[in-house]
Design a protein. Structure first.
Lengths: 558, 373
C-alpha cells in the first residue's frame, strides 16, 4: 500500500490525468461544484479581494494620521474608514481566511478523504459568505457605517444614523458561513479519516482547524443573537441595550465579547496550525511535543470562552468579576506559551531550510511572541486601566492578528501554493516580500505601543502634536508593509501563467497532501490511502524516495 | 519621564497611581525581555546552526520531553500569577473609592465634558483640581458611552448612560494635563477632550472663589427640586404618616425590600428609585410613586442625589477648605407643611415642562439650572 502512494509513482505519471482545475472550464462547473478544492479557490479569490479593500482602508487611516490635525478626511469619514477597515478585516478576512481557504482545500486531503463530509453544505457556506459580504459592501457603498466594528450600544442602536442594520445583517448572515464550515470540519474529522489515520497521526493543522471549528459552532450563534437583539432595539424600539428605553448597554458588551473574544481564537488557532506544519516540515524534524501542541489548541478553544470580561475592565463591571477574568486571562496565556516553546524546541537538531514559508513561520514566532507578551500587559488589570482604548491595544491586536494570522496565512499560502495551483512561485521574490512584511510590520506597529502608553486614544482622527513623530514612523512602516503584501499578489499571479510546473512533492515531505499530484485530481486519491506512519516522519522507510528526489534535483540543475 | 523630549516615551507622572502603574509596566517589560531573549536567541542559534547542510536529510527524531513541557508550563504560570496579583492590587486601588474625597460631578455628552464642583462652579472641557487631595468623580452621560481618561494620572473609567460610574485620583504635581474621551462616541469623538489643571490648594481656593458661574451648589439645587419644582417633599418629607419613606439618614444604609432582599441605598439606588420607583420597594411601603423618567435631566438627577446624600449628613467634601456645604436635614420640616397631597401626573408634566428634556436627545438639551452636588 505504501508503494502505491509513494512519491515517485505519482509525479512521473501525473501528466495525462485530469486534475481538479482542468475538470470542467464552464462557469457552471465552478459555481455548482461540490469539490472542496474549487470552493477553496473561490474563497481564495473573494477573501483576497476583501483583504485588498480592507488594506486600502488601512492605508487611508495611516495617511490621515500622518499629521495631528484631521485634514485628509472629514472626521465623520475617518470614523467610517476605521469602522469599515475593522468590519471587513475581522468578519470578511480574518475569520474565514485560513479555515475557508487552506482548511477547505487541505483538511480532507490531509486526513485521506475524497472531500468534506458535507460537500453541499460546504458550497452553501460559500454562498452564504458571498451574500453576507455583498450586503456589507452594499452598505459601505450606500454610505457606510461609523459605529466602530464593536457596534457598542446605545450609539449603534439609537444615535448612529448610518447603515448599521445592513452591516449588522451582513455580519449575521456571514456568521452562518462560519457555523457551516465549522460543522463540516467537525463531522469530517470524526467520520472521514482514512484507515490508519488515528487522532494522534493527524497533522497539527487538522487539530488546529478542529479546535477552531468547535469555537465557530459554539461562539458564532451568540453574535447572531446579539445582532438580532440589536435589530430588535434599533428597528422595534424594544429596550434591550439603551437605558433610555429600559435597556443595559453593558449587556451588549458582555454578549458581544462572549463571541468576539473566542473569535480571536478562530483567527489565530488555524494560523498556529499552519505554523506547526511549517516549522516541522522545513526543519525536517518531528514536531516537538505533538500531544502538547494538539491539546493546547483545545485548551485555548475552551478557556477562550471564559475570558471575555477582560475587554471590560473599565466598563463598570464589578472589581471581583474583573479579578476572575484577569486570572483566567493569565491561564489562557499558558497554552500559547507551550506552543511557542515547542516550536522553538522543534528546530533543535533539525535540518532547516530557509524557504519562503519558513521565513514567514519564523516571522510569525517573533511577532506572536510580542503580541502574546503584550497580551499579558493588557490582562493585568491595573495596567489595562491605563492602556485600554489606546494605541497600545491597537498595536497588541495587530501583532496577534496581522503578525499571527496574516503571517501564518501567507506562510501557508506559499507552502501549499504549488499543491493548489500546480505552479511554483518565485522563491527570490517570496523571500524579499517575507522580509519586507516583517520589517514593515514592526515599523508600523511597534511605535504604537509607545503611543498607547503616552495615552493616545484609539479611533481618534486628530491627536496631540507631540505624538506626531511616532505616527510618522508608523505610516512609513505601513508603506513598507503594504509593498510587502502587494508583491505576493503580483508574483503569485505571475506564477499562474509563467511559473515552473510544480512536482507532486517539491520539498519531499511526508504529509498525505504531498503524496498526490499537484494540482490534485478531483477525487484527491485514486484509492483510499491506508496510513501506516506517524505524522512528521521524514525517513525513507516512510515511502519518501529521497534518491529519486536527488536525481530529480540534479537533472533540474543541469 | 518628561514628555517634552523629541520622542516622548512616557506621559508625565502626576497622580499617586502613576508610579504604581509605571512600575508594573517596567516589571512587565522586564519579564517580556527575560522571556524573549532566551527564546529569540535559541531560535536564531538553531536556525543558523542546524541549517540544511544536505538536501532531504533525515535528522533523528526527538519526540518531546515531559520534564521540559512541565517546566515551561509551570514557570510561565508562576510568573503570570505575579503579573495578575500586581495588576489586581493596583486595580483595587484605582477602583475602590476612598471614603473621604472631594466630590465632583461629571456629565458627558456628545461631545463635551461638563463638570460641577460641589460649591457650584461649573466647567466645560476643563477640570481644575487641587494638588494632594483625593478627588472623586461621579460620572454619567446624557447620551452614549464615553470614557474619562487622564493619561498623566494613569486612570480612566467608562461613563455609562443610565448609571453612575466613579473614578478617583490624587494629583501629585501642579500642571496642565490632557483629558480625553477614550470610548468611541461618534462624530467628534477625537475632539471630546480638554485639560486638567492641577493647582496648589490656595490657588485652587482662589479659583473656586473667583466665580466660574457659580449660582447654586448641587445640594441647594437639589433641595429646590425636592421641595418645590418636583414636589418630592410632599411624600418624602420628615414626619409620620407619609406615603413615602422619610429620606433623612437613609443614604448609605441598607434597606430591606419587599422581596426580602436588602439593598445599599447608594447613588445608583436613589437614581433608580427616581426613574423606576416600583423596581425596588422598601418593606412597608406601597408601589405608588410615579416615575420621573423623562422629567428630570441627568444634571437634575445628580443634584437630587447630592441633596438626598446631604440629608444623611453626608455633605461630601466641597473641595474648598473654606466653604463647606452643609444643607442640614432640619430645613425640610417647614416645607413639609406646604405639601400638596398628590400632584396629578399631568400637572407635574406641565410644571416641569421647562425643566424636563429627554436625556437621550442631546441636541435638545439646554443647559439646565443645576447639576451636581
Amino acid at each position: 500500500m505504501q508503494n502505491v502512494n509513494a512519491i515517485n509513482s505519482d509525479f512521473i505519471e501525473q501528466e495525462p490525468k485530469v486534475n481538479y482545475l482542468t475538470n470542467g472550464f464552464t462557469l457552471k462547473s465552478w459555481l455548482l461544484t461540490k469539490d472542496h478544492k474549487r470552493i477553496a479557490i473561490m474563497y481564495l479569490i473573494t477573501v483576497s479581494a476583501f483583504f485588498m479593500i480592507g488594506g486600502l482602508y488601512a492605508a487611508t487611516i495611516r495617511l490621515e494620521l500622518l499629521t495631528p490635525q484631521s485634514d485628509l478626511l472629514e472626521t465623520g469619514t475617518y470614523n467610517k474608514v476605521f469602522t469599515q477597515h475593522g468590519v471587513i478585516m475581522v468578519f470578511l478576512f480574518l475569520i474565514p481566511v485560513i479555515p475557508a481557504i487552506l482548511g477547505n482545500f487541505l483538511l480532507p486531503i490531509m486526513i485521506g478523504a475524497k472531500d468534506l463530509a458535507l460537500p453541499r453544505i460546504n458550497l452553501l457556506s460559500l454562498y452564504v459568505y458571498w451574500i453576507g459580504g455583498a450586503l456589507i459592501m452594499y452598505a459601505l457603498m450606500q454610505g457606510g457605517v461609523d459605529t466602530g466594528w464593536t457596534f457598542y450600544t446605545p450609539y449603534s442602536t439609537t444615535f448612529s444614523n448610518t447603515y448599521v442594520m445592513a452591516v449588522g445583517l451582513g455580519v449575521f448572515i456571514n456568521g452562518f458561513s462560519s457555523i457551516l464550515t465549522g460543522l463540516n470540519f467537525i463531522v469530517t474529522v470524526h467520520t472521514m479519516r482514512a484507515p490508519g489515520m488515528t487522532w494522534f497521526r493527524l497533522p497539527l493543522f487538522v487539530w488546529a482547524n478542529y479546535a477552531t471549528a468547535l469555537v465557530m459552532i459554539l461562539g458564532t450563534p451568540v453574535i447572531a443573537i446579539t445582532i438580532l437583539l440589536l435589530a430588535l432595539e434599533r428597528l422595534g424600539k424594544v429596550g434591550i441595550f439603551d437605558p433610555a428605553i429600559g435597556g443595559d448597554p453593558i449587556l451588549f458588551q458582555h454578549l458581544f465579547w462572549f463571541y468576539s473574544h473566542p473569535a480571536v481564537y478562530i483567527m489565530i488557532l488555524p494560523s498556529m496550525g499552519v505554523v506547526s506544519e511549517l516549522i516541522s516540515n522545513f526543519s525536517r524534524k518531528k514536531i516537538f511535543g505533538y500531544e502538547f501542541i494538539a491539546f493546547s489548541s483545545i485548551a485555548i478553544a475552551v478557556f477562550g470562552f471564559l475570558v471575555w470580561g477582560h475587554h471590560m475592565f473599565v466598563s463598570g463591571q464589578s472589581i471581583y468579576a474583573g479579578l476572575v477574568f484577569s486570572f483566567l486571562t493569565m491561564v489562557v496565556a499558558i497554552p500559547s506559551a507551550i506552543k511557542m516553546f515547542n516550536w522553538a524546541a522543534t528546530l533543535y537538531k533539525g535540518s532547516i531550510s530557509y524557504d519562503t514559508p519558513m521565513l514567514y513561520a519564523i516571522g510569525f514566532m517573533g511577532l506572536f511572541l510580542i503580541g502574546g507578551l503584550t497580551g499579558l500587559f493588557l490582562g493585568s488589570m491595573g495596567l489595562t486601566v491605563h492602556l485600554t482604548d489606546t494605541y497600545f491595544i491597537v498595536a497588541h491586536f495587530h501583532y496577534v492578528m496581522v503578525g499571527g494570522t496574516v503571517l501564518g496565512y501567507m506562510g501557508g499560502l506559499h507552502y501549499w501554493w504549488s499543491k493548489m495551483t500546480g505552479k511554483m512561485y518565485s522563491e527570490f521574490w517570496g523571500k524579499i516580500s517575507a522580509m519586507l512584511v516583517f520589517v514593515g510590520f514592526n515599523l508600523t506597529f511597534f511605535p504604537q505601543f509607545i503611543l498607547g502608553y503616552q495615552g493616545m486614544p484609539r479611533r481618534y482622527a486628530s491627536y496631540a502634536e507631540e505624538l506626531q513623530v511616532l505616527n510618522i514612523f508608523s505610516t512609513a512602516g505601513a508603506s513598507v508593509l503594504g509593498l510587502g503584501l502587494v508583491m505576493p499578489l503580483i508574483y503569485l499571479t505571475h506564477s499562474l501563467i509563467f511559473g515552473k510546473k510544480a512536482p507532486a512533492n517539491p520539498w519531499m515531505l511526508p504529509g498525505l497532501e504531498w503524496r498526490i499530484p499537484s494540482p490534485p485530481p478531483t477525487e484527491n486519491f485514486e484509492s483510499t490511502p491506508i496510513v501506516t506512519w506517524e505524522a512528521y516522519d521524514f525517513s525513507e522507510e516512510n515511502g519518501l524516495d529521497l534518491d529519486e528526489a536527488r536525481r530529480r534535483d540534479l537533472a533540474a540543475t543541469v | 519621564m518628561q514628555s517634552n523630549s523629541w520622542v516622548p516615551l512616557f506621559p508625565e507622572q502626576a497622580s499617586t497611581f502613576a508610579w504604581q502603574v509605571d512600575y508594573l509596566y517596567f516589571y512587565l517589560i522586564l519579564v517580556s525581555v527575560a522571556f524573549s531573549i532566551p527564546i529569540v536567541l535559541a531560535i536564531f542559534y538553531f536556525f543558523v546552526k542546524y541549517r540544511e547542510k544536505e538536501k532531504y536529510a533525515t535528522p533523528d527524531e526527538i519526540h518531546g520531553s515531559i520534564v521540559l513541557e512541565t517546566t515551561w508550563s509551570i514557570i510561565p504560570f508562576v510568573v503570570s500569577m505575579t503579573i495578575f496579583l500586581g495588576g489586581a492590587v493596583i486595580y483595587y486601588n484605582q477602583y475602590r473609592m476612598p471614603a473621604e474625597a472631594m466630590e465632583i460631578y461629571v456629565v458627558g455628552k456628545q461631545w463635551m465634558w461638563k463638570f460641577q464642583h460641589s460649591t457650584g462652579q461649573r466647567e466645560i472641557n476643563e477640570l481644575h483640581v487641587p494638588v494632594g487631595r483625593k478627588v472623586k468623580l461621579t460620572m454619567t452621560t446624557e447620551d452614549v458611552l464615553h470614557d474619562l481618561f487622564i493619561p498623566a494620572f494613569r486612570t480612566k473609567a467608562d461613563v455609562v448612560p443610565g448609571r453612575y460610574t466613579s473614578l478617583w485620583f490624587e494629583a501629585t504635581k501642579p500642571g496642565k494635563y490632557h483629558l480625553y474621551c477614550a470610548e468611541y462616541c461618534g462624530l467628534n469623538h477625537s475632539g471630546m477632550g480638554g485639560w486638567v489643571y492641577v493647582m496648589p490648594q490656595d490657588e485652587f481656593d482662589n479659583w473656586l472663589a473667583g466665580g466660574g458661574g457659580s449660582n447654586q451648589t448641587p445640594v441647594e439645587a437639589g433641595k429646590e427640586l425636592f421641595m418645590n419644582k418636583l414636589g418630592c417633599a410632599s411624600c418624602h418629607a420628615a414626619g409620620s404618616g407619609q406615603r413615602g419613606p422619610n429620606l433623612t439618614g437613609v443614604f448609605g444604609t441598607d434597606q430591606k425590600l419587599t422581596t426580602g432582599q436588602s439593598v445599599r441605598a447608594d447613588e445608583e439606588y436613589i437614581r433608580n428609585s427616581i426613574l423606576n420607583p416600583t423596581g425596588q420597594i422598601v418593606e412597608g411601603y406601597q408601589p405608588i410613586m410615579p416615575t420621573f423618567k423623562g422629567q428630570v435631566t441627568e444634571e437634575q438627577l445628580v443634584s437630587l442625589v447630592a441633596y438626598i446624600k446631604s440629608l444623611s449628613g453626608n455633605a461630601g467634601n466641597t473641595g474648598s477648605m473654606t466653604t463647606p456645604a452643609t444643607t442640614g436635614s432640619s430645613s425640610n420640616s417647614n416645607i413639609a407643611n406646604t405639601t400638596v397631597p398628590t400632584i396629578p401626573k399631568a400637572d407635574r408634566g406641565n410644571t416641569n415642562s421647562g425643566l424636563s428634556s429627554n436625556p437621550n436627545a442631546p441636541s435638545q438639551t439646554t443647559e439646565q439650572t443645576n447639576r451636581q452636588r
